[in-house]
Design a protein. Structure first.
Length: 458
């Protein structure tokens, strides 16, 4: 995807799995890259296709949701690595300050200090022949929303929320309405404070819809934003320190092959085995003690949320292509070392006394609700639970299950979330602990439609 503007082009490199975008901005001869993801081969492919030279790599901030490819890309291309001056990093970089410009070819990129998402956050205004044409906003101004402000510390959250409000309004006041807005976050990323809307935008459009621009009272903005912040993935805490250290390019080679017998040995030793297959296929047959995290866009996010950080992990897949896709997602969140990978078939599993559990819908749950010995387990986030949950259900977010499954009441656990993905992780963790479970693989909205008793509150 790209946007052609006067004298330049903005090429969007999307990472849908994390809800982020990186950008290649070029004038036909030279380019600047903004907020590249760790797997820089994608960026290099774009650059090679354009036949342009990368002269600068710019970071809007030390990211909290992924490991940057900025340092590695600069090393690979010889470009200047541009990082906000106030961010302390362990590598040589060009430190940029507010209002400073990076000039290359016909492009001039001017830094704007936009604190909020992080204290030292920068937005970058792209000018062609002296006229502003685009702004790369990172985690400040998003499409209709703003970046969340609680990732640095609880103590600084209100301060940063107020700063975010002023930063977004400052950009909107300074820039002409035609300037294209290009955020890094906000396409499903948990770095967004609220849901974003749309696939493109301008300053004029944001003036009409952005939450920080249509709310004239700063105190009300702070109350509403803080009141809407939900949980974010546990792995986030490890990202900014990793980015400050200067992460190298990732290893995308094939993991060491492992057979089913060795899988069982590793599980018996307490290691983690993650099965990438379809969640219903996993439920029908899997190696006892393995965990289901179905390969798809949410894979890395929920992997990093559910599993202990840096625990040895072996992957299980149906093909090496599936394993390779998972590995690419994992290196983006800093999971570099895999203990191996096993390719399995139904026959492999059937020869080894596989484990299994039932899959149900909310229709099935409706007919059994209240039956003695059956416990409904809701593994959604706290804010989802408080907005409405089944009467009599037990709540334990999926990322707490590995450590707290022994706190759950006796009985057969019917595990649900909002759409089935997180419930499949939860059910597999319950199964791993030796508990009887049923995966409710269904849309939460159907529970109300079926007349199941739903109540709000903690």
């Amino acid at each position: 995807m790209s946007l052609v503007i006067t004298g330049a082009e903005v090429v969007i490199v999307e990472t849908a799995a994390l809800g982020d975008r990186s950008y290649v901005v070029h004038d036909g001869a030279v380019a600047v890259v903004v907020d590249p993801q760790r797997d820089i081969d994608r960026i290099l492919g774009v650059v090679d296709g354009l036949a342009v030279e990368v002269t600068h790599v710019l970071e809007t901030h030390l990211h909290n949701d992924y490991v940057t490819g900025g340092y590695a890309l600069a090393q690979e291309t010889g470009a200047d690595d541009v990082v906000p001056a106030a961010d302390e990093v362990a590598f040589a970089r060009r430190a940029i300050v507010d209002r400073e410009e990076v000039v290359t070819g016909r492009l001039a990129v001017a830094a704007r200090h936009t604190p909020g998402h992080t204290p030292n956050h920068m937005a970058y205004v792209v000018q062609v022949d002296g006229s502003p044409v685009a702004v790369l906003t990172g985690g400040s101004m998003l499409f209709g929303a703003v970046g969340r402000t609680d990732l640095i510390s609880k103590e600084r959250t209100e301060e940063l929320t107020r700063a975010q409000y002023r930063s977004v309004r400052g950009l909107a006041d300074e820039l002409p309405g035609h300037v294209a807005v290009h955020p890094t976050h906000g396409f499903g990323s948990f770095c967004s404070a609220t849901e974003t809307s749309g696939d493109s935008s301008t300053i004029a459009e944001e003036r009409a819809r952005n939450v920080a621009l249509v709310t004239d009272d700063e105190d009300r903005f702070v109350r509403e934003l803080l009141g809407g912040l939900g949980a974010y993935p546990r792995y986030y805490v490890h990202m900014a320190p990793r980015n400050a250290a200067g992460p190298s390019a990732p290893d995308l080679s094939d993991p060491e092959p492992v057979d089913v017998a060795l899988l069982r040995e590793r599980i018996a030793a307490g290691e983690w085995v993650v099965d990438l297959r379809d969640r219903r296929a996993f439920a029908r047959a899997h190696v006892a003690g393995s965990v289901s995290i179905e390969l798809g866009d949410p894979f890395a996010t929920y992997f990093g949320w559910a599993l202990p950080w840096r625990a040895p992990v072996t992957l299980v897949g149906e093909s090496m292509d599936q394993v390779r896709a998972a590995r690419r997602q994992l290196v983006r969140i800093g999971v570099d070392q895999l203990a191996g990978a096993a390719l399995v078939s139904v026959r492999d599993l059937s020869e080894g006394a596989p484990s299994a559990y039932a899959v149900a819908t909310f229709d099935d749950l409706a007919t059994t609700l209240g039956t003695a010995g059956r416990v409904v387990l809701d593994v959604r986030r706290h804010d989802e639970w408080e907005a409405g949950h089944l009467r009599g259900a037990v709540h334990l977010p999926f990322w707490e299950l590995a450590d707290r499954v022994d706190e759950l009441p006796d009985g057969e656990l019917w595990v649900h979330c909002a759409a089935g993905f997180r419930a499949s992780i939860g059910a597999s963790l319950v199964d791993r602990a030796g508990r009887s479970c049923v995966l409710v693989d269904d849309d939460w909205q159907r529970a109300a439609a079926l007349g199941l008793p739903i109540e709000p509150g903690p």
